[in-house]
Design a protein around this ligand. Structure first.
Ligand code: HEC
Length: 277
């Protein structure tokens, strides 16, 4: 009996403890969940703060730390933003090539590719423009050039490149856009007929000696590769015009319907670097 009585007592204590535990745990959980949902001006209780609170400056906010009060800091003067120059690994591969191109684009050391100039002539006045483009001319390049020309040049110079009243915008201008098929822009031995000069006009625009702009620059939209592509397309337009032997008729748009315009296709096939680079 004595033993049985002790056992009953122990069981009662155990049951009481258990019930107490449930109450404490239950109220703790209610309390914690209550903290999440209530509206209060007091700082929230954070049981797992992790990195919620740390000193930081929010974009566009005022900073009390810096004298000029800008929280968004400018890079230190002279900084050249460039990702991973030193990280280009040895060997080759697509990634290495891509990084290599980024780097070449940044340094712009190749005067012909980046400026259309004869190497070493940048300091001459006037500089010498490269007779022929430094990129391989193929159908892909010409087609890209056609697309870019039709986007950026046709409004003024017309789809056929004839200028004057050929382009919708060009025909409203006092000084009419030039005829890109004119011999002046074909003769590579002349000042204006080189690949490099055409490239230069696309990238820099045309400026009068008094500084007035006569044709806008398309540098913002046409990168070096695309500018060379446009030059190759202008050469194609010139040849297509010769193939037709006449000014293109109204609504006759060379290159707009690739594959259906046989003179255009012939011209594409015959436009190349002339066997030189
Ligand atoms: C907003 C109209 C306009 C657009 C767009 C335009 N041009 Fe011109 N372009 C002109 C005008 C106007 C002239 C002639 C300016 C003059 O003679 O004073 C000209 C002249 C030129 C010349 C002759 C430069 C010289 O020194 O004789 C070339 C080459 C040329 N444009 C190529 C292009 C190419 C390629 C594009 C497309 C990337 C283009 N233009 C887009 C208006 C334009």
């Amino acid at each position: 009996m004595i033993q049985a009585g002790n056992t009953t007592k122990a069981m009662t204590r155990w049951a009481l403890n258990g019930a107490l535990g449930v109450v404490v745990l239950g109220s703790a959980m209610t309390f914690m969940s209550g903290c999440r949902g209530d509206r209060t001006d007091a700082p929230p209780r954070q049981f797992f703060p992790d990195m919620d609170d740390q000193p930081k400056l929010k974009a566009q906010s005022e900073s009390k730390f810096f004298e000029d009060k800008r929280s968004q800091r400018l890079p230190v003067e002279g900084t050249v933003a460039f990702g991973s120059t030193g990280l280009i690994p040895e060997g080759s591969g697509q990634w290495v090539e891509m990084k290599g191109k980024d780097r070449a684009d940044m340094l712009k050391a190749d005067e012909t590719y980046y400026f259309g100039l004869v190497a070493g002539s940048a300091s001459q006045d006037p500089p010498a423009y490269a007779e022929r483009m430094p990129v391989e001319v193929n159908k892909e390049l010409i087609m890209r050039g056609m697309e870019r020309f039709n986007i950026y040049c046709t409004a003024c110079h017309g789809y056929d490149g004839l200028g004057n009243d050929s382009g919708l915008v060009g025909r409203m201008m006092n000084v009419r856009p030039v005829n890109l098929l004119d011999n002046k822009y074909r003769d590579r031995s002349g000042e204006f007929g080189t690949d490099g000069y055409l490239f230069h006009i696309i990238r820099e625009g045309l400026w009068a000696p008094d500084g007035a702009n006569r044709m806008p620059s398309y540098k913002h939209a046409v990168d070096e590769q695309d500018a060379w592509a446009i030059v190759s397309y202008i050469r194609t337009l010139q040849r297509a015009f010769d193939a037709k032997g006449r000014r293109l008729g109204q609504g006759e748009i060379p290159g707009q319907t690739p594959g259906q315009d046989s003179e255009m296709n012939q011209a594409i096939a015959s436009t190349d670097n002339g066997g030189e680079k």
